[in-house]
Design a protein around this ligand. Structure first.
Ligand code: PAF
Length: 279
């Protein structure tokens, strides 16, 4: 497995792979890998001849008061996990390599980015789209894999790829949960044992809302109220709970077409997101 720290070496490697007609998959991550990431890597391996994993805590997608400095990092462990999974190359750049001091070009998706996490994290998706397009260009990938846990991010990247005619195929992988239902996230690492226990209210709320939906309830507010009750009851501070259309991410009152029940909530200082599809 190669570890590549600069953009030119990564590009040269992908050019070499392309010369040999090898299909390249990129798995973009911010590191501190968990089973969710490993499921993306395994999916990539099934669809490509070479897999490049990028590990980069992208500063431009963090707001001024967010957790850029404290975001968990453990490259030695990530490297070992990538080796175990048979990854071909890890792209592990420094911020200075990725962003010139006078960097001034951004990718802005204007519609899907406005609600949900975009509303509470201004500029977040501009940073995500910009770095993802840069990673596509650097890695020369044919396909890229993203997790559905970040459902809004996945949809925005799909839109960016379509709108800008980016020749990269996207594969979306299902959200992965711990045995007790907590959605896997590198940020779970911040939770105290009590906070982690309380955070299980998210999954319980989602399960109850899902059951109510499956029993025929199509009223978004009723499903939202179930989650509100679970999360607030466990001491969580709700950032948003929304039922939105799967295509437009616009809020819906009545669920007549495929929808997404999505939320963000704080347990202590940790902001967690989760979602289920209502199809
Ligand atoms: O989902 C993430 O971990 C990040 O947003 C991504 C896609 C790697 C871009 O920094």
């Amino acid at each position: 497995m190669q570890i590549v720290r600069d953009t030119n070496t990564a590009s040269r490697l992908s050019q070499l792979w392309r010369l040999h007609n090898l299909r390249i998959a990129l798995v973009p991550t911010m590191g501190f890998l968990h089973e969710g990431h490993l499921s993306l890597i395994r999916l990539a391996k099934r669809h490509a001849d070479r897999v490049m994993v990028s590990i980069f805590v992208n500063p431009t997608q963090f707001g001024p008061n967010e957790d850029l400095a404290s975001y968990p990092r453990d490259f030695a462990r990530d490297e070992q996990l990538c080796r175990q999974e048979g990854v071909d190359a890890v792209f592990y750049p420094t911020p200075a390599t990725m962003y010139a001091d006078d960097h001034s070009t951004w990718v802005n998706e204007d519609s899907l980015s406005s609600g949900l996490c975009g509303a509470s994290r201004p500029g977040h998706f501009r940073g995500v789209c910009t770095v993802v397009l840069k990673l596509f260009n650097i890695s020369g990938c044919h396909l890229a894999v993203f997790g559905r846990k970040d459902a809004q991010q996945a949809l925005i990247i799909q839109r960016m790829v379509r709108d800008l005619n980016i020749p990269v195929q996207l594969l979306l992988a299902p959200l992965v949960r711990e045995k007790d239902g907590l959605a896997l996230s590198s940020r779970n690492n911040y939770l105290s044992p009590d906070e982690r226990q309380n955070a299980l209210s998210i999954y319980r709320g989602l399960q109850e809302a899902d059951a109510k939906y499956k029993a025929g309830c199509r009223d978004a507010e009723q499903l939202i109220e179930i989650l509100r009750r679970h999360i607030s009851g466990a001491g969580g501070k709700i950032d948003y709970i929304s039922v939105v259309s799967q295509d437009s991410l616009q809020a819906v009152n009545r669920i007549d077409s495929p929808a997404l029940l999505a939320l963000a909530a704080y347990f202590g200082k940790t902001r967690l997101i989760d979602n289920i599809f209502l199809d």
